[in-house]
Design a protein around this ligand. Structure first.
Ligand SMILES: Cc1cc2nc3c(=O)[nH]c(=O)nc-3n(C[C@H](O)[C@H](O)[C@H](O)COP(=O)(O)O)c2cc1C
Length: 215
């Protein structure tokens, strides 16, 4: 099926979104990129800690710096797509959440047992990462759907050297995790979507108990 560009509703956007790997180099207006970020920012997050942050890349020299942090088709995509969004998961928001809970405990608005949660949020590196990264991924998913609604093509890529990407766009390395680069733009003329390739639906759900297939 040819890549479609007319507006569509959310279920249609989910069905229609697919990874585009050939772009034409038309720019994407900043207002539209900001609308995508506004959509991403509607995402839910644990304790509403909102760890996502983004760097919008539209200039050729920054695109080239991103391309140098990957290879092959990913490099070609970031060079040709109108824009790319570097997606970042902020560990600072894990600290901010710890501060918030600690203040609630001190004010008697949260039970003292919550101190253990604060300690874990500050000290357990794996816990911190497993908090901010998946929550950022949710926001990126929202962004992809919003782009589809606007008729834009996207490709979410994590096949980069995340540390190099952070360096290329000046991100303080210790405070942020790399959550991918989303190329945003217009599909190349004649780009066709390969058929959807998914495990059978029946394979991914159960009734009441894991393994039970009958309703
Ligand atoms: C977290 C994540 C990372 C991905 N990284 C890459 C990537 O580096 N390069 C690429 O070409 N596609 C990448 N993809 C796209 C997947 O290959 C694609 O989503 C999958 O094959 C399903 O196809 P669809 O998006 O068209 O439904 C990534 C997708 C996700 C969600």
């Amino acid at each position: 099926m040819l890549h479609q560009t007319e507006p569509c509703d959310v279920l249609e956007a989910m069905a229609r979104r697919h990874s585009v790997r050939e772009f034409r180099p038309d720019p994407v207006p900043d207002a539209m990129l900001l609308a995508l970020l506004e959509a991403a920012h509607q995402a839910p997050s644990a304790n509403n800690h909102q760890p996502w942050e983004f760097v919008l890349v539209r200039r050729p020299e920054t695109k080239a710096a991103l391309a140098a942090a990957t290879s092959g088709r990913n490099a070609q995509v970031v060079q040709t797509a109108g824009a790319s969004v570097v997606c970042l998961a902020s560990l600072r928001q894990a600290d901010a959440l710890a501060d918030r809970i600690e203040a609630q405990v001190k004010a008697g608005q949260a039970p003292p047992e919550r101190e253990a949660m604060v300690k874990r949020l500050r000290e357990d590196q794996l816990h911190r990462q497993m908090l901010v990264l998946p929550n950022t991924y949710t926001a990126v998913g929202f962004m992809l759907l919003a782009a589809t609604k606007f008729g834009l093509a996207t490709l979410w890529m994590t096949g980069f050297d995340g540390e190099k990407v952070k360096e290329a766009v000046g991100v303080p390395a210790d405070d942020y995790l790399f959550a991918g680069v989303v190329a945003v733009g217009h599909a190349a003329e004649g780009w066709t979507q390969p058929p959807r390739n998914r495990r059978p639906l029946e394979e991914i759900y159960y009734f009441e108990q894991f393994g039970r297939r009958e309703p």
